[in-house]
Design a binder for this molecule. Structure first.
Ligand SMILES: [Zn+2]
Length: 329
């Protein structure tokens, strides 16, 4: 009898263990595996300090996986108190005051037009299926006041309120969670051409930051992501500089510094670096450079793709900056 009791005991323990395993499996089967199991401290610091007055990124690192699905139900624009209208399709949700309905339709069209170009230049576009169900939420605002209000819903610290647009995201072991892209009506809606540039610029940030390998040590300089976003949004159109600006860039812009001192250097200067890269290595060279950059950083990417060191590349770019004095015909 005693023996039977212990056999029953063993069976019971076995049954409970099996049940527990099934329950754990059930709970876990809908969860995607972690994409970034071990994010280095340097990368965490970089993400937490990315946004400043020189750029249009607001990012933070969250050490915990964000539960899925990442649908858009909790977004500020879905809050009835926001008074915002929505325009939604398979990939995007626009939130805007009623007065901006025509702008919203225009932005929707431009966002869709950007997708094949992003795939081509950045290597991949991130659909909701790639983002645990999340569509890209884009907020359109009438003026500075509306823009500040949207920013204040997502961030505690003051964002760069002088920007025409912003990309706000959180990075966790589950990947990039895009809180919002927002457009500042004060600047972004001066004309349709510029509206398109701002939309394409911010969507470029979305794809760039979703593509980085966060298991690596990442500490990319600002020109690398602002420059490609500008080069992409302007579709390769060349920036131009005054002679004084060219002289200043030669003195002040070091490609391995975290950032250049002035906004025009980060944006137009960054764009000129990619235009120069195109002159030297064609558009295919830029695509290869970006692809390697996601995993291996700038020095390795330049070495691997162009057989050149960063200081050599920097010298060549600076030597050729006169090419950007006037726009080419
Ligand atoms: Zn930007």
């Amino acid at each position: 009898m005693r023996k039977l009791g212990s056999i029953l005991g063993v069976l019971l323990v076995f049954a409970i263990s099996a049940l527990a395993l099934v329950m754990i499996y059930d709970k876990g089967k809908d969860q995607k595996p972690l994409r970034y199991a071990d994010v280095p401290q340097e990368t965490i610091d970089w993400i937490n300090t990315l946004g400043n007055d020189l750029n249009d990124i607001l990012s933070s690192f969250n050490p915990f996986p964000i539960p899925t699905p990442w649908d858009n139900k909790g977004d500020y624009g879905n809050d009835p108190d926001s008074g915002l209208k929505t325009l939604e399709d398979d990939y995007f949700i626009f939130y805007f005051p009623e007065s901006l309905i025509e702008k919203a339709k225009f932005c929707q069209k431009e966002a869709h037009k950007a997708i094949p170009h992003l795939k081509d230049m950045m290597g991949k576009y991130y659909y909701p299926d790639d983002m645990n169900g999340r569509k890209v939420p884009i907020y359109l605002t009438e003026d500075q006041e509306g823009y500040n209000e949207v920013l204040s819903k997502f961030i505690r610290k003051n964002g760069n309120q002088g920007s025409a647009g912003v990309t706000i995201f959180e990075m966790s072991p589950s990947g990039i969670y895009l809180h919002a892209i927002a457009l500042n009506g004060k600047y972004a809606f001066v004309n349709d051409e510029y509206t398109k540039i701002v939309i394409w610029h911010e969507l470029n940030h979305y794809c760039f930051f979703a593509s980085l390998d966060y298991n690596q040590s990442i500490n990319l300089p600002m020109w690398s992501f602002e420059g490609i976003a500008e080069y992409f949004a302007y579709e390769g159109e060349r920036p131009s500089f005054s002679k004084n600006h060219i002289e200043d860039m030669r003195k002040e812009c070091n490609l391995l510094d975290a950032y250049f001192p002035y906004t025009y250097q980060v944006y137009d200067g960054g764009r000129s670096i990619y235009c120069f890269m195109e002159d030297q290595y064609k558009v295919s060279g830029i695509k290869a450079f970006i692809k390697t950059l996601y995993n291996s950083g700038i020095p390795t990417s330049m070495k691997q793709n162009f057989s050149i060191s960063v200081p050599e590349f920097e010298k060549n770019w600076k030597d050729n900056l006169e090419e950007f004095t006037v726009k080419r015909q």
